[in-house]
Design a protein around this ligand. Structure first.
Ligand code: DAH
Length: 337
């Protein structure tokens, strides 16, 4: 019996667990209810008196040995498990790269298209005052056209608001620069609208402004035709419909031929063959004067478009909210563009 215990001591001494599971099995094998040590304690009763002392000491030594083995190894697995999760030396898999947001892709594309004909980018603040958002743009207080854009005002100071369009940057740019002016102003805008598939309280616009001597409506039309062809393809046609904006006279809304049915009529274009993309017009002389530009010497055109709208048409997205939810399954589809 004693011989057998000594053999086991040797076995335990040599034991090095390779996993947490192995260590656990080891503990059960020796210390468990039906484990080896318990059996030994039971057979201790049958040991003759003269052997009791040595046998007892051997069992106790074995028990301590088992316990210290467990103690020695139990932390090493925890640390190993933790450190394998944060192995800083591991190579990063290259199959999961991020991608640009579709709104950024379209904004960059619009900027590039207009860059090629000399427009440079300018920006303005998102928190604006009444003057830059409305009054300077020929929309004085009580003007009914203010209702065209449901604006977020700061309750304690109705002069301060979240800009409802990027036309504000026109005013800032004209104040700071002399003609000739060719500028493009992309940015975020805010409106108090219920969120739906077609509207959001935050969205993005690009504003364009061109001021020089004898700029005409024909220049505006040609500029927008160039943009539509670059953006939607060489065969794209445009159509201008008379409209109203306080800051332009005359004003127009621009449609492009539907790139889904090539103008034949489908449910996206509601069988009209055309889709609206922007508002535009000749800058009202009052706006030029408000911004310190001589309206007798200079004329110009302006236009404003929603980036989400262009992105929806270009990528065939039918719900505007997708651009704001940032679901990776949606965003991933733009990673190769
Ligand atoms: N600011 C207008 C809007 O948000 C869009 C717009 C229309 C901008 C005509 C212009 C313009 O510069 O000339 O609805």
């Amino acid at each position: 019996m004693l011989e057998k215990v000594k053999e086991v001591v040797e076995k335990v001494n040599k034991f090095i667990p390779k996993s947490e599971e192995e260590l656990n099995n080891f503990r059960i094998e020796y210390l468990g209810k039906k484990g080896f040590l318990n059996d030994l304690f039971i057979s201790f009763r049958e040991v003759t008196n003269d052997q009791k002392k040595e046998f007892g000491a051997t069992i106790n030594n074995l028990k301590q040995l088992v316990q210290s083995k467990i103690e020695e190894h139990k932390d090493s697995f925890e640390v190993e498990a933790e450190s394998s999760e944060i192995d800083l030396t591991r190579n990063v898999p290259l199959d999961n790269l991020g991608s640009r947001h579709p709104i950024s892709l379209i904004r960059n594309e619009i900027v590039e298209i207009f860059n090629r004909i000399g427009f440079t980018v300018s920006e303005g603040p998102e928190i604006e005052d009444d003057w830059h958002n409305f009054s300077a743009l020929n929309t004085p207080k009580e003007h009914p056209a203010r209702d065209m854009q449901d604006t977020f005002f700061i309750q304690t100071n109705p002069d301060i608001l979240l800009r409802s369009h990027t036309s504000t940057v026109q005013v800032r740019y004209m104040n700071e620069n002399k003609p000739p002016i060719r500028t493009l102003s992309p940015g975020r805008v805010y409106r108090n609208e219920a969120i739906s598939a077609r509207a959001h309280c935050i969205f993005h616009q690009v504003e364009g402004l061109y001021i020089d001597e004898s700029v005409s409506f024909a220049d505006l039309k040609q500029c927008l035709l160039y943009f539509a062809k670059e953006m939607f393809g060489e065969k794209t046609k445009i159509r201008l419909r008379p409209s109203y904006f306080p800051f332009t006279e005359p004003s127009a809304e621009v449609d492009v031929s539907c790139n889904i049915c090539s103008g034949k009529g489908c449910n996206v274009c509601k069988n009209t063959g055309y889709l609206e993309i922007l508002g535009c017009g000749m800058v009202d002389p009052n706006v030029l004067e408000n911004c310190g530009i001589d309206s007798k010497k200079y004329s110009g055109f302006a236009f404003g478009m929603g980036i989400e709208r262009i992105a929806m048409l270009k990528y065939g997205v039918n719900d505007l909210r997708l651009f704001f939810e940032n679901d990776v399954r949606f965003l991933k589809q733009f990673s190769l563009l």
